[in-house]
Design a protein around this ligand. Structure first.
Ligand code: BGC
Length: 418
């Protein structure tokens, strides 16, 4: 169902009562509830409170934010949206198009956002040429997180760089009695893994053709069938208890040595950091197999709702300023696993993973290796993403499913959702 239809349906059934805010209070909806995420959001709260405003937390658990978005729609149609919400990618355009968001241009101009944000990021924060959202960070999706001890114990002496090397290592790890690939379950995790494999198999050009340009030929191609086939092979290297497991619980399995690797965005690094683990020693971060030099971009951001109360509007502006503040950007991103969205930051305190990520981001802008994340709402509309997710998840949950048929189903589903 598209956003307009789902909002209408909610309007007819909504029983949510308004909540009233104290003066100088901002209510912020987000889905940052894992260990590393909760620590990071705490920093935003503290920094806002240092400016004399109060943070009213509106956290809805669930990786990727699907549940958070459902709750947000209910609140918005009842005429009582929060002050700000973690909304990103194409969803910003959809909320903007429905007239829910406010214009932040006065703050953006005063604080020179256009001068310090990469254009590829700034464009996504604007609706109709005006800032309606503020970016927090830049995450890279295509990472492989590795426990080097488990590799060693399994007799794997180098970290896999290609998909073939990945499967060869996975066989050895399995034979040694460990789980090769830590994973959880659910459509969002399925699509995240799928798109990383898609980048490796298709390359950036065809990735864009498929998930940005929605080209039917690419979506139904033999190459796409190969993506599904490779994706399906991953099932053999996961443990049997994936059902209902969140992504951060899977990260924990790498961290504590039950599993060897996880393919996940660098929010996973937030979990290693929260557990006091050191990159290069306790764990390794390397590009996901087959995606060296390429970058699947995921930018977290907060969109701001059109609110009439003057005190709340002032509090909103303070939050927007806090998010773009250099000191906040540094401390937050150190905890979150991402890197700062501002281009004028001193990166001294950052570890190798963040430095590699930033460097690859910059290089990939130049050489065409940068692609927007399909799984994290950066590439296409919520309705097309929903259609892709259904096909991907159904395929993954059915070991008998045929990769060729899946590619054709994908094209059909996308066509129906455009
Ligand atoms: C967000 C990350 C978050 C992850 C897991 C992604 O969609 O961009 O900030 O950590 O979901 O919850």
């Amino acid at each position: 169902m598209n956003m307009r239809k789902s909002l209408l349906a909610l309007l007819l059934t909504s029983t949510i009562f308004p909540t009233f805010l104290q003066a100088s209070e901002v209510e912020v909806l987000h889905w940052w509830t894992s260990g590393g995420e909760a620590k990071s959001v705490q920093i935003l709260k503290q920094k806002l409170e240092q400016r004399g405003y109060t943070w009213k937390d509106f956290a809805i658990a669930g990786g990727g934010g699907e549940s958070a978005m459902t709750v947000l729609k209910t609140r918005a149609v009842s005429g009582n949206p929060p002050s700000a919400a973690q909304i990103k990618g194409e969803d910003i355009q959809e909320w903007g198009g429905l007239g829910f968001l406010t214009n932040l241009d006065d703050v953006a101009k005063a604080d020179g956002w256009d001068e310090v944000l990469p254009p590829v990021v700034a464009t996504g924060m604007k609706y109709d040429g005006k800032y309606v959202a503020v970016p927090v960070n830049i995450h890279r999706v295509n990472w492989l997180w590795v426990n080097p001890q488990v590799l060693k114990k399994s007799g794997v002496d180098s970290v896999p760089e290609t998909l073939d090397q990945f499967f060869a290592a996975a066989e050895k790890i399995k034979a040694a009695g460990f789980t090769p690939l830590a994973n959880g379950s659910g459509p969002w995790q399925d699509t995240t893994l799928f798109e990383t494999i898609a980048l490796a198999v298709l390359g950036p050009e065809d990735f864009r053709q498929a998930f940005v340009n929605l080209d039917m030929g690419t979506l139904s191609s033999d190459k796409m069938a190969k993506v599904f086939e490779t994706f399906g092979r991953m099932r053999e290297y996961m443990d049997e208890d994936v059902q209902g497991r969140e992504w951060n619980v899977a990260t924990n399995r790498v961290l504590n040595g039950q599993a060897a690797m996880q393919i996940m965005g660098d929010w996973a690094k937030g979990e290693f950091t929260a557990a006091g683990k050191i990159p290069g020693k306790d764990y390794l971060c390397v590009p996901a197999p087959g995606t060296k030099g390429q970058f699947i971009q995921n930018v977290d951001s907060f969109a701001f709702f059109d609110i009439k109360d003057e005190a709340e509007v002032n509090a909103q502006k303070a939050l927007a300023r806090t998010i773009m503040d250099k000191q906040f950007q540094e401390v937050f991103n150190l905890n979150k696993g991402s890197f700062p969205v501002r281009t004028d930051m001193d990166m001294h305190g950052f570890d190798k993973c963040a430095l590699d990520s930033r460097k690859t981001f910059e290089q990939s802008i130049e050489n065409g290796g940068l692609v927007p994340s399909m799984s994290q709402n950066m590439a296409t509309t919520s309705y097309v993403l929903g259609a892709i997710t259904d096909v991907v998840s159904n395929f993954f949950n059915d070991p008998e499913a045929d990769p060729k048929k899946a590619a054709h189903k994908l094209a059909k589903a996308v066509k129906a959702a455009i």
